[in-house]
Unconditional design. Structure first.
Length: 441
């Protein structure tokens, strides 16, 4: 068995070439357009593992044994950065993520917070880093619209389960969060609680834990699309700046970023994307990539070359913005459907594998070209999760957890632990990029 070399005493897990270590981590820093750890370049292949804290909870909805197995497999294939939901709100939506981290009455879910504690403790043993997502523009975890509803008494707008309501209405409703001072106060209260929380397992406060790489303002925050665009972007950019400043004031050792999709999340305007990320309190840029959701790819007319061209263009445009700002950038979400847009684990992943190879090669080429791209997180890790529903759609009581939000078929964009061809691609590039980081000066 080949043992991994680390600066710590490590325990080799029987039968698998990986380790669980009590390593002394250092904080991830930013130097110009590079991430660094102890002044050495840090590039990564990561994944979205939004439900990690839920698995880590010692409750009926948790599964610590599965979490350990998932982390071991991720470590084995070379994944070392996890983007995790660290906030969710008691939900009035028809497909709620439940239980939440935060209840309407202002109390917090200690059992779920301890699940996050457990996740971070186990990640640190494997020298993994976490991006903690503190809010959500979309409905699936409660998010901004719930804050608005709590503080105004207005009902949330739910186009997923109420066909008389539209996404345009929902988007406008969520965006009122930015100028709702009562909602901001509740949001900052939650951030302050978590940043200053002491992990019950490591005894470290979160703000002093190097396993926490980044505090992320929200999942895919956007300016409102109602009214004057420049004014709405100004409001949004001001919220980004002031919130990031607040987090830095209480967690000075860690990074802060937006969670933005890039231009798709800033009214399809690259200048607005630049404006939003220009705050000195935003340490690095983010962008996302969803070929199917954005209409670049259709499974019944799979024009893959066109999909790749659009991907490469979006990729290049955002790297140029990062260069202008002299900041790193992370492609922190990209997803691709299984063949035929099916959800079952035995569905082929031919098109997805082709797309994954293309995107990972873009990352590798960018690192070799000394571009600002720091890493990427694919969406997402489904691991052992399997839906009991034939149509794949989540039903209340299901606690199987895949990468897909409950409004989508469970498994549609997920990488399962049995997706051998996809896992080989991820592992190949993860280890190659790790070598590039070690060699980079």
């Amino acid at each position: 068995m080949k043992k991994l070399i680390v600066n710590a005493i490590c325990v080799v897990i029987a039968g698998i070439a990986l380790v669980s270590c009590k390593a002394k981590q250092a904080f991830v820093k930013v130097k110009n357009t590079n991430f660094t750890i102890k002044d050495k370049p840090y590039h990564f292949v990561g994944t979205n593992f939004w439900y990690g804290a839920y698995l880590g909870a010692d409750t009926e909805y948790g599964n610590r044994e599965r979490l350990i197995r998932e982390l071991n497999q991720l470590q084995q294939i070379g994944v070392k950065n996890l983007r995790v939901v660290a906030a969710s709100e008691e939900s009035d939506y028809g497909l709620p993520l439940s239980p939440p981290f935060q209840y309407k009455n202002g109390t917090y879910n200690e059992k779920l917070l301890e699940g996050l504690d457990f996740l971070l403790a186990e990640m640190a043993k494997r020298d993994m880093r976490a991006v903690l997502v503190m809010n959500n523009y979309w409905d699936w975890s409660g998010g901004m619209a719930e804050y608005v509803s709590w503080t105004t008494g207005k009902p949330v707008i739910d186009p997923v389960t109420n066909k008389n309501q539209t996404w345009d209405e929902a988007i406008k409703f969520s965006a009122t969060f930015y100028t709702n001072q009562k909602a901001q106060n509740l949001y900052r209260k939650y951030i302050n609680m978590l940043v200053n929380r002491t992990n019950v397992y490591t005894k470290k406060t979160y703000k002093n834990d190097p396993a926490v790489m980044t505090w992320e303002l929200a999942n895919e925050p956007r300016p409102s699309n109602a009214g004057n665009a420049e004014e709405k972007v100004k409001i949004f950019a001001n919220w980004v700046d002031k919130t990031a400043e607040f987090i830095h004031s209480i967690a000075p050792n860690q990074l802060v970023t937006t969670g933005s999709e890039g231009s798709k999340g800033t009214l399809n305007n690259l200048d607005y994307t630049l404006q939003v990320h220009s705050s000195k309190y935003i340490d690095y840029m983010t962008f996302h990539m969803w070929p199917k959701n954005w209409g670049w790819y259709k499974f019944d007319k799979p024009e893959m070359e066109q999909t790749k061209q659009k991907t490469a263009q979006y990729f290049a445009e955002h790297l140029e913005l990062a260069k202008k700002l002299d900041k790193p950038i992370v492609m922190e979400e990209f997803g691709f459907v299984r063949d035929g847009e099916k959800h079952e684990p035995d569905t082929p992943t031919t098109a997805r594998d082709e797309y994954y190879k293309f995107v990972f090669q873009l990352l590798k080429d960018s690192i070799q070209a000394k571009s600002p791209l720091g890493g990427l997180n694919f969406w997402g890790w489904g691991g052992e999760g399997r839906t009991p529903q034939k149509d794949g759609m989540w039903k209340p009581g299901d606690i199987t957890y895949t990468a897909d939000p409950y409004s989508e078929a469970q498994g549609l964009n997920s990488v399962f632990n049995t997706d051998e061809s996809t896992l080989k691609i991820i592992s190949k590039y993860a280890h190659e990029i790790d070598k590039l980081s070690s060699a980079k000066k």
